[in-house]
Design a protein around this ligand. Structure first.
Ligand code: XIL
Length: 330
């Protein structure tokens, strides 16, 4: 039974995957995505650089085709993303704009893109990866040149306010990496993100959820910390999506002896996928379990890392069976 039908029959959570319209010509790619998943995100084509390559000239083609694919196949569509330090067009990165001009650019972009997909997306990643990895303050990027005013303490607040106005029904998310577990090596950034979100709520900034990217490895095991993190978000009324999960396993024994790709590594990977899905299903906060791609044939990670639930031939890996068991037993 496909993952999506078990999850939806039981009302568990969305089973999502990032897809790239460049591969829609491949029948096996389309068929597997449509059969197994009930939520998609465009890997790149809804990002600023794809959608507004020239100032004021919007190109919705790629983003639209992912939305169309979702609609054709009865899937939800998740918007990714409005504002990010990366994947910006040259005119924006090299523009040397002052604060007022940046506010105008942000306003135009979120208004235009948000209105186009109004009522068509369940959620938007409004701001992506704003926190830096040193002191977990706001990362140095073009948007950081927007000066705070009485109505917003940073560009992050402003972006969320604009997004709410453009599409009032979409749930508005803040999405980041190395923040899934509130314990261990990710505690610092995870705590900082939690405080940021709490502050936004206190200031009345419209935020509904957080995305935990989770580009982690095969042997990821900070499960208690992920569970705790989800429950503290639940306590403050914030929804959680796992947004970009992939579990890379290196194919290079000399670099990582514990991670030679084979049945053993595949089994470990499957257990990690299953444990995280179980945490999501059991958590009152978590409503979407999404991987960044779904087939090892098309991943943004290095070749030989086998990070996704389906192999290069679109056959189910152990991970799919393990995930199916979690859903069946839920
Ligand atoms: C990645 C895409 O997968 C790549 O194709 C692209 O070159 C760069 O962006 N965090 C995110 C995603 O929020 O948008 C990124 O996607 C992966 C890291």
């Amino acid at each position: 039974q496909p993952l999506r039908s078990i999850a939806s029959e039981k009302g568990l959570c969305y089973i999502g995957a990032a897809v790239n319209e460049a591969y829609f010509t491949q029948e096996s790619y389309r068929a597997t995505a449509a059969e197994q998943y009930n939520l998609v995100t465009a890997e790149n084509s809804c990002k600023f650089g794809s959608i507004q390559p020239t100032r004021g000239e919007y190109n919705f083609q790629g983003c639209d085709s992912v939305l169309d694919f979702a609609v054709e196949n009865g899937m939800q569509f998740r918007g990714h993303n409005f504002i990010w330090a990366r994947f910006n067009p040259g005119w924006l990165e090299d523009g040397d704009f002052d604060s007022d001009e940046l506010v105008k650019i942000m306003t135009d972009h979120i208004n235009t893109v948000g209105s186009r997909y109004k009522n068509k997306t369940i959620a938007w990643d409004v701001v992506n990866e704003a926190l830096n990895d040193d002191d977990y303050g706001l990362r140095d990027c073009i948007w950081h040149n927007i000066t705070a005013t009485e109505s917003y303490t940073s560009y992050v607040d402003l972006a969320f306010t604009l997004a709410r106005a453009a599409d009032p029904q979409a749930k508005l998310f803040y999405n980041d990496y190395n923040v899934a577990s509130s314990t261990g090596w990710s505690k610092g950034k995870s705590d900082a993100m939690f405080e940021m979100v709490k502050g936004m709520l206190e200031r009345g900034v419209p935020i509904d959820g957080v995305g935990l990217q989770m580009h982690v490895g095969c042997g990821y095991d900070m499960f208690d910390g992920v569970r705790d993190n989800m429950s503290r978000y639940h306590e403050i009324g914030i929804e959680v999506h796992i947004t970009e999960l992939d579990l890379a396993c290196e194919d290079k024994p000399e670099e990582n002896k514990d991670c030679v790709w084979g049945d053993e590594a595949q089994e470990e990977q499957a257990e990690t996928y299953a444990s995280l899905l179980e945490i999501c299903v059991e958590s009152e906060a978590c409503t979407n379990f999404e991987t960044w791609g779904f087939t090892d044939e098309h991943t943004w990670l290095d070749e030989g890392t086998h990070p996704l639930p389906f192999d290069e031939e679109y056959e189910e890996k152990f991970a799919v069976k393990a995930m199916r068991d979690v859903l069946l037993n839920a």
